[in-house]
Design a protein around this ligand. Structure first.
Ligand code: AHR
Length: 332
């Protein structure tokens, strides 16, 4: 089954959405109603749950402005029903192209069929949908989340001896998962599990969602510290939850990065700062700066050009030393 993705961001409430059409009612070609060369994009963002999302939203808004693309933007506040409502509104408004980052993977076919019936092309960005019918969207631009999980797992396997902070021969990992049902949560768990299987001393002893937020990560970590003995490692599906876990570990009188090793995903500034300070041990990068590629793809699909069905973002990883070097010029 092919996977593709999408995301969205900013704080325009759905109730603020205008339902008026932006152009002619022509139903030939892709939705556009403006009658000129300008492009209108409707973008349904996930929310504002993390530093990553904030950077992603800014990249999309800034690039749209630079490229002269009119952007209609909604923040779904982490709710699938809000994203569906926003997409329906964009269909009614006859935008030229719709882009979104699905909160969760499933449950999109009906609204995507409505967009297809209206001849409005859809681009998934950041997160995939779990749909059999890949004709419902033009392309999926975003990271390989399974690979990100594999990179996190590989670092742990390579550093297993050092990660056994309790020195008992068993490496007990607690996992802070992203939003339940979201592509990055499912895929980062899968990639990590596949790689750590190769090292029998490593075991995920507890796993729970922290919803990609700092508060969520803190609360789940507090409860893990109560319920689990001998935690050696935290694997957090994003920096924000890892930063929340750091607060919980420090409040419990332990030293993050030493008493408990921490692996996260994203590499936003706050995460990279904690990594450079030794509070996080390893970060797998997930690049939020999708605006330029998204706007290029939008221009191509609106022009009726063929685009690659999957565009994968290039990403790296950071150790503590690499974070110190990268921080001064880090964009986000
Ligand atoms: O979909 C990308 C993920 O969503 C980021 O890793 C996380 O920080 C965000 O909330």
């Amino acid at each position: 089954m092919l996977k593709k993705t999408a995301i969205a961001a900013t704080a325009i409430s759905l109730s603020a959405l205008s339902l008026s059409a932006c152009g002619s009612d022509s139903d030939s070609g892709s939705g556009s109603g403006s009658g000129d060369d300008s492009i209108t994009m409707g973008f349904a963002q996930v929310g504002a749950e993390s530093g990553w999302r904030t950077a992603n939203t800014k990249s999309i808004q800034d690039t749209a402005e630079q490229e002269g693309i009119e952007l209609k933007f909604t923040d779904a506040q982490g709710k699938q029903e809000n994203q569906i409502q926003a997409i329906r509104s964009y269909i009614q408004q006859k935008v030229d192209v719709i882009a979104f980052s699905p909160v969760v993977e499933t449950g999109w076919d009906a609204v995507l069929q409505e967009a297809k019936a209206a001849n409005i092309p859809v681009i998934l960005t950041d997160r995939a949908v779990d749909s059999e019918d890949t004709s419902l969207y033009e392309t999926f631009l975003g990271s390989d989340f399974v690979l990100e999980g594999e990179k996190a797992g590989q670092w742990l396997v390579d550093n297993a001896a050092d990660a056994d902070t309790n020195g008992d021969g068993a490496i007990n990992v607690v996992q802070l998962e992203g939003t339940t049902g979201a592509a990055p949560a499912l895929d980062r768990a899968e990639g990590f599990a596949t790689v750590i299987e190769t090292e029998p001393t490593i075991e995920v002893v507890a796993t729970q969602t922290g919803d990609f937020t700092r508060d969520g990560g803190k609360q789940v970590m507090e409860s893990f510290l109560q319920s689990e003995d001998g935690i050696d490692v935290v694997y957090a599906h994003n920096d924000d939850m890892g930063l929340g876990a750091i607060e919980a570990i420090e409040a419990a009188g332990m030293t993050p990065g030493e008493d408990v090793k921490i692996i996260t995903v994203d590499a936003v500034k706050d995460g990279m700062t904690a990594l450079s300070e030794g509070k996080i041990n390893f970060i797998v990068e997930c690049n939020p700066l999708l605006g330029p590629q998204l706007m290029d793809l939008a221009k191509q699909v609106v022009a009726g050009e063929e685009v690659e069905p999957r565009v994968v973002t290039e990403e790296t990883t950071f150790t503590q030393e690499q974070a110190k070097e990268a921080l001064p010029t880090r964009e986000y």
